[in-house]
Design a protein around this ligand. Structure first.
Ligand SMILES: [Fe+2]
Ligand SMILES: [Fe+2]
Length: 284
């Protein structure tokens, strides 16, 4: 069993100190193996905010971290920095690799940088990114859970959030599903939900080989919450053998000053015969 803690949109500079303490306590209790930082780590991409975020991540002490930038992690008002070295401050705190990966026997996790310095808030997934991720997904073992981390969402639940979809979302979901992705996790809109995406129309009576899920997390610790959603994180538990996975949503309870589990989704565990055949070298 591998436990992944998704902390999204902390927006350091706007953090609620009591929620930070509660999240540190939750992390101590859960002892996750992997921290997924799905962007908007800072509010204004200042060195001080990145330093605070880095110190927070170090305090959590999670053995592995897959961090990607969000649109707020690029300087907004410093036009020179924004255009010439948009990720310099991010990289100083979280490393030069803007698309890191994590892999063990239970999971393959691939980070994708969906920010664009010239687009302000809008995100995008390029054709090259789609293919790179698809190639890596295809190299996963038969039982690994294949997880992609983005910032701007690839699927939304509300009409008003359609404008927040990353450009290229349809192509990315289609291609990554073909390549065997199980789950795409994101942030940006500060609204937690889990979606089971319908597959393409069945052909020749064959069922869609894999179910693709999208899981969004709310803002973990920021005061920039939506009216309908407070602070939240996702806890993702995956296991290769037996193959099973669950996404838990943990909301901050202000009265209790702690995070509490408020719901969970068990992901489909079946492995398609086509995957098994491919793994045994008899597929096409
Ligand atoms: Fe955000
Ligand atoms: Fe964002």
């Amino acid at each position: 069993m591998t436990v992944l803690l998704q902390v999204s949109d902390p927006h350091f500079g706007t953090e609620d100190a009591s929620v930070v303490v509660a999240l540190e306590r939750l992390t101590t209790e859960l002892r996750p193996d992997v921290l997924l930082l799905s962007g908007d780590i800072t509010q204004r991409a200042t060195r001080a905010q990145f330093a605070a975020a880095r110190a927070f991540v170090d305090r959590l002490g999670v053995p592995a971290c897959v961090a990607i930038p969000g649109n707020h992690d690029i300087p907004l008002f410093d036009v020179v920095a924004r255009s010439l070295r948009p990720y310099a401050r991010y990289a100083a705190a979280f490393g030069d690799d803007l698309e890191p990966r994590f892999e063990n026997g239970d999971a393959l996790v691939l980070g994708v940088n969906t920010t664009r310095w010239y687009r302000h808030q809008d995100g995008a997934v390029s054709a090259a990114q789609i293919e790179r991720v698809a190639t890596q997904l295809s190299s996963a073992t038969r039982t690994q859970w294949r997880i992609v981390v983005v910032h701007q969402p690839l699927a939304v639940t509300l009409t008003k959030d359609l404008k927040n979809l990353a450009r290229g979302h349809e192509a990315a979901l289609r291609r990554w599903r073909e390549a065997g992705a199980d789950l795409v996790v994101g942030g940006h809109i500060h609204l937690p939900y889990v979606l089971q995406l319908p597959g393409p129309a069945q052909t020749n009576g064959k069922a869609e080989p894999r179910t693709l899920w999208v899981a969004q997390a709310g803002t973990a610790i920021s005061r920039r919450v939506r009216p309908e959603a407070g602070n939240s994180v996702n806890v993702i538990r995956v296991e290769a053998t037996p193959r099973r996975a669950v996404i838990e949503r943990w909301d901050h309870d202000a009265a209790a000053r702690r995070f509490a589990r408020v719901g969970s989704h068990a992901l489909a565990s079946a492995i398609a015969p086509t995957d098994a055949a491919k793994d045994e070298g008899v597929g096409s």
